[in-house]
Ligand binder design. Structure first.
Ligand code: SF4
Length: 349
């Protein structure tokens, strides 16, 4: 253990700060905190709660239903990251749709999807564009590539989200946020300073044990001042101005829209959709998709988990009817989901 980590661990273990709820917004943080045993360091009165920062978890049921409709009724080939395949829709997941003849191709980047479209000109290819500011640039580059190569058989089904709206929606759920470093490497820190001026506290952190423990120690020390705070604990990657080129390409191809977050509902201006100039690449327009009102499993409590209102282990289905092998909700499917983290690491704190 290096000196920085040792010092951070000492601060955490010896803290006698007030009761505190710290939200680790990002699903990767949730898993890393469990994996490295960091929860066990915390005094009893300091609770870590999971937030809505797992892209698959917050993707609404309607979206899965739209993808299933595209695959089964519109004869489109769905290209997607693996996690989304097993997320339950109203009546089925894409994995089940496969059993009914749907063609679902797992890809590792949006450019794999454009490549697939180029190599299969007789097939209509739809890429499932989900994720936060971290993945939106590559989604946009895929559209840019399709435009450049004049691919008429490629489109994207967008359910992209942006974090600022979620922070504001969640600000009363926690005393401080652990902000996701990879998101703010793209957006910069302007929004976080704005939130500070509204009394919202948090620190940006990276993903190593040293970075997370240092960030938690910073939260505890800053809380003792009794004032709202913001600290960039990931300066080697996160700059105030963010990644200007990445933000530029997002702005060129996408515009803000209201977005529905699974279990949470609509958050104003918390999504991204393709600009009308690129309507030919928007799967909803291209395939005239109707508005679908999906119905999530009423027993699943992902919405409360994603807002830090309950722990996954408080859900009556956790570990019984709902396991990673047989997930009932998205939070158990995703490698970044809080329910899967609790299941995998036996979390109960
Ligand atoms: S344990 Fe399963 S059913 Fe319960 S909230 Fe998590 S994903 Fe939903």
């Amino acid at each position: 253990m290096n000196e920085t980590v040792k010092r951070a661990v000492e601060i955490i273990k010896s803290s006698n700060t007030r009761d505190l709820r710290i939200m680790e917004v990002c699903g990767t943080h949730t898993h890393e905190i469990f994996r490295m045993g960091i929860r066990k360091l915390l005094p009893e009165n300091i609770k870590l709660i999971s937030g809505p920062g797992c892209p698959v978890c917050v993707t609404p049921v309607d979206y899965i239903d739209e993808a299933v409709m595209l695959a089964l009724e519109k004869n489109a080939v769905i290209c997607t990251f693996g996690d989304l395949v097993r997320v339950p829709g109203t009546s089925m997941s894409l994995a089940l749709a496969r059993g009914k003849g749907a063609k679902v191709v797992t890809v590792y980047s949006p450019l794999d999807a454009t490549k697939y479209a180029e190599e299969h000109p007789s097939e209509e290819v739809v890429f499932l564009s989900v994720g936060f500011e971290t993945t939106a640039p590559s989604d946009c580059i895929s559209v840019k590539t399709a435009v450049r190569k004049n691919l008429k058989n490629y489109s994207v089904l967008t359910s992209n989200k942006t974090m600022p709206g979620a922070y504001r929606a969640m600000k009363d759920s926690a005393d401080a946020f652990l902000y996701p470093g990879h998101v703010h490497a793209i957006t910069g820190t302007g929004i976080l300073k704005e939130l500070l001026s509204e009394g919202v506290s948090g620190v940006v952190t990276g993903f190593t044990a040293a970075e997370i423990t240092t960030a938690l120690a910073t939260v505890l020390k800053k809380t003792e001042t009794g004032k709202p705070f913001f600290e960039n604990c990931y300066p080697r990657v996160v700059r105030d101005e963010g990644n200007v080129a990445a933000m530029k390409i997002i702005d060129e191809f996408m515009e803000p829209c209201d977005a529905v977050w699974r279990g949470i509902g609509e958050i104003k201006n918390s999504g991204l959709k393709l600009r009308s100039k690129y309507a030919d690449y928007d799967a909803r327009i291209k395939f005239s998709l109707p508005v679908i009102n999906g119905k999530p499993n009423p027993a699943c409590r992902c919405g409360q988990v994603l807002q830090g209102k309950i722990l996954p282990s408080d859900c009556p289905l956790f570990g019984r009817a709902c396991t990673p092998e047989h997930p009932v909700g998205a939070c158990m499917v995703s490698g970044e989901g809080a329910c899967s983290a609790f299941y995998l690491y036996g979390g109960n704190k």
